[in-house]
Design a protein around this ligand. Structure first.
Ligand code: GLV
Ligand code: MN
Ligand code: MN
Length: 430
């Protein structure tokens, strides 16, 4: 199959397969750039993030893109449009990872965007393409996700800059240590020439695989809250303190963690996770005086999510009251569900069909940079089937043929948008 383009050059299905091989090899290579030996962990502005920038920049520069790093560490590369006054579209995802990560969450979207520019063979479109590798989406280092994309919508404030990591280093200091200037973050914000944002991402779930479909299109991204709960009791001797006289903070936290799971199990479509627990002082023969636990809670309905969160806070208060313990919590993230742009979503659906696949419209249970950018510009997402539905784990993978299809679909999408007066005539709110 051939895909004719105005400039006489032709992209064939085997070209997309070759490009897909390159994309997969690049993702695997980036997975070796890690803070940990024997696993992938690349958090916000860590040393391996600099290596990652160097590697991805070299691919971008070889395509004639002008590359820069903005003041929150987002890697940004521009492939100019047909005229100097042409507007631009953004295509990207994130370059940071969770601990013990797979090779594709986020990374694939950035590397695939570079592959799409490569597939143009220098062809200039009526819009420029800015490929963005966001510096932070996972929230691992500072407990707060989306630091990279928040800068583009003007939402990096003093509270965020002052937040500290486990070593007491603030976001501001981390930025300075990376050689960037936190006073220049406002320059990272979107300007008025952006027509929209498109993100390619692995689904990270089993839906497309179960349907036997390689590609999906995201209609909405579910809302989520992330909180940290601190249970405070009394540390004491494990051997001498009778069971009825204890104020065990960890036992209170554990009782609540089970309550979290129970509520999520009996509430349709609610997911709630306690993914981090810490007991202090943390010794076998000491009753925990303090326990910290995080909560991640998500639902497509903002109301259902908020009601469930209120209920879990009530249950925490009831549990601690029965145990002579106290509880405090702080909110790390409160993000409502976000709809994707209907026009771009439909365009992606058409592009998937042109690539010979049956699209599937779905909601994303995972958070994505697209949900932040959607505050200011039309944003849309395409999902690639995730084998076994496994993500946030080294077993995460993606099929070569699906990546080739995604590249082909992206190529059709660019052609559709380039030919759309409705799209090119859009004014944006950025
Ligand atoms: C991003 O990976 C998320 O946790 O939704
Ligand atoms: Mn992730
Ligand atoms: Mn991701």
């Amino acid at each position: 199959m051939c895909h004719e383009r105005k400039c006489n050059s032709v992209v064939t299905t085997s070209d997309f397969t070759k490009l897909a091989e390159e994309v997969l090899a690049r993702c695997r290579k980036l997975a070796t750039l890690s803070e940990d030996v024997g696993g992938t962990r690349r958090t916000f502005l860590s040393a391996p993030m600099r290596d990652c920038h160097r590697e991805v920049s070299s691919w971008m520069k070889s395509l004639g893109m002008s590359v820069s790093v903005d003041a929150v560490g987002n890697l940004r590369a521009f492939f100019a449009g047909a005229s100097p006054s042409a507007p631009r579209i953004l295509i990207g995802s994130h370059l940071d990872t969770v601990p013990n990560a797979g090779a594709f969450d986020g990374i694939l979207g950035v590397v695939l965007a570079v592959g799409l520019v490569e597939s143009l063979h220098g062809l200039k479109l009526p819009f420029g393409i800015e490929v963005v590798g966001f510096s932070e989406e996972e929230g691992v280092r500072f407990g707060v996700p989306f630091i990279g994309s928040r800068a583009l919508v003007g939402r990096v404030d003093d509270e965020l800059l002052g937040r500290k990591d486990a070593d007491g280093i603030s976001v501001r200091k981390a930025i300075q240590d990376f050689g960037l200037n936190p006073n220049e973050i406002s320059k990272a914000a979107l300007r008025g020439d952006v027509l929209g944002y498109i993100e390619f991402h692995i689904e990270q779930g089993p839906v497309l695989e179960n349907l036997g479909r390689p590609l999906g299109v995201v209609e909405a991204i579910v809302g989520q809250n992330r909180l940290e709960f601190t249970f405070s009791g009394q540390a004491n001797h494990a051997g001498t303190t009778p069971m009825n006289l204890r104020r065990d903070a960890l036992a209170a936290a554990v009782q609540w963690i089970v309550a979290v799971e129970n509520l999520a199990r009996r509430t349709a479509d609610l997911v709630a996770t306690v993914g981090f627990v810490e007991a202090n002082p943390g010794a076998t023969n000491v009753i925990a005086g303090e326990a910290r636990a995080t909560l991640d809670i998500r639902h497509a309905s903002d109301r259902a999510r908020t009601e469930a969160l209120d209920e879990l806070i009530r249950q925490a208060e009831t549990i601690v009251a029965q145990r002579g313990v106290t509880v405090k919590w702080r909110t790390l993230l409160s993000q409502n569900a976000v709809a994707m742009d209907p026009f771009l979503t439909e365009q992606i659906e058409q592009a998937i069909q042109k690539a010979g696949c049956e699209p599937h419209r779905m909601a994303s249970g995972a958070g994505h940079d697209a949900m932040i950018l959607a505050e200011k510009i039309p944003a849309a997402m395409m999902f690639l089937r995730t084998p076994g539905g496994i993500s946030h784990d080294p077993a995460e993978s993606v099929h070569l043929d699906d990546v080739a299809k995604a590249l082909e679909c992206g190529h059709h999408l660019l052609a559709q948008l380039a030919a759309s007066q409705e799209f090119l005539g859009r004014t944006c709110r950025a």
